[in-house]
Design a protein around this ligand. Structure first.
Ligand SMILES: *Cc1c(COP(=O)(O)O)cnc(C)c1O
Length: 222
């Protein structure tokens, strides 16, 4: 795998204002360093323990994002390392992040994860659940959480029309929130959509962060 070469090709295909999150889960620290030396500073991990092991061995100016399934008892570990948690997928997680961030005096940036795919295995809030959960009162009672936007995944399918429609549903939910409860919050500005297989489509639907793993680092063995 020529990581630097892959990165060059990806940067050529995304506009400069879109952030590339290099998804390094299941890849060793050496692979991350290779991408770091090619200029990348933003890496995504999906398991708290893996994040906890890798972060201390790698340069301190790396911005770690957490993108995986999260259990409440692992929130503390993730809050210690992550500058952005993409995968806040249930109310218990909001409450636990509030508690653990307060303990270390941190304001934790998060995205609310939306479920729009037709797969039961994916987690997250439906757009309706998200818009009814995120009231001004809810935001005010979680002062150590800063909502930065939304995250979601499209179905694993060859049906491009379906992928377009799912990403558009995510953008519409973002717009609804942005125009109501977050109308005076400039920091609510992120749409995290698009992976190796579907990021060109996500770019058409307002992606501000694309999360790309295998197109950079190759296939994962797990
Ligand atoms: C693994 C993962 C990615 C990256 O997937 P690739 O297909 O390897 O680009 C993106 N987002 C989430 C939530 C993931 O778990």
């Amino acid at each position: 795998m020529d990581i630097a070469h892959n990165l060059q090709a990806i940067h050529a295909s995304i506009p400069p204002h879109v952030k590339l999150l290099c998804v390094s889960k299941f890849h060793p620290a050496e692979a991350i360093l290779e991408a770091y030396n090619a200029g990348e500073r933003c890496f995504g991990e999906s398991r708290p323990q893996e994040l906890q092991q890798k972060a201390p061995q790698l340069p301190a100016d790396i911005e770690w994002h957490f993108i995986g399934n999260l259990q409440t008892n692992k929130v503390k570990t993730v809050v210690q390392h992550a500058s952005l948690i993409h995968s806040v997928a249930n109310i218990r997680l909001f409450d636990q992040i509030e508690k653990d961030a307060a303990k270390i005096d941190k304001i934790q940036d998060v995205l609310i994860e939306l479920h729009v795919a037709d797969e039961e295995t994916k987690q997250g809030f439906t757009p309706q659940e998200a818009t009814s959960l995120l009231t001004p009162d809810f935001v005010a009672t979680h002062p150590h959480i800063r909502l930065r936007g939304v995250m979601g995944m499209a179905s694993l399918t060859d049906n491009e029309a379906q992928i377009h429609s799912e990403f558009e549903t995510i953008r519409e939910c973002f717009n609804t929130l942005k125009n109501t409860v977050f109308a005076d919050k400039a920091e609510f500005d992120q749409i995290s959509i698009g992976m190796s297989g579907d990021y060109p489509i996500a770019l058409e639907h307002g992606a501000t962060i694309v999360r790309i793993g295998s197109a950079i680092f190759g296939n994962r063995n797990y």
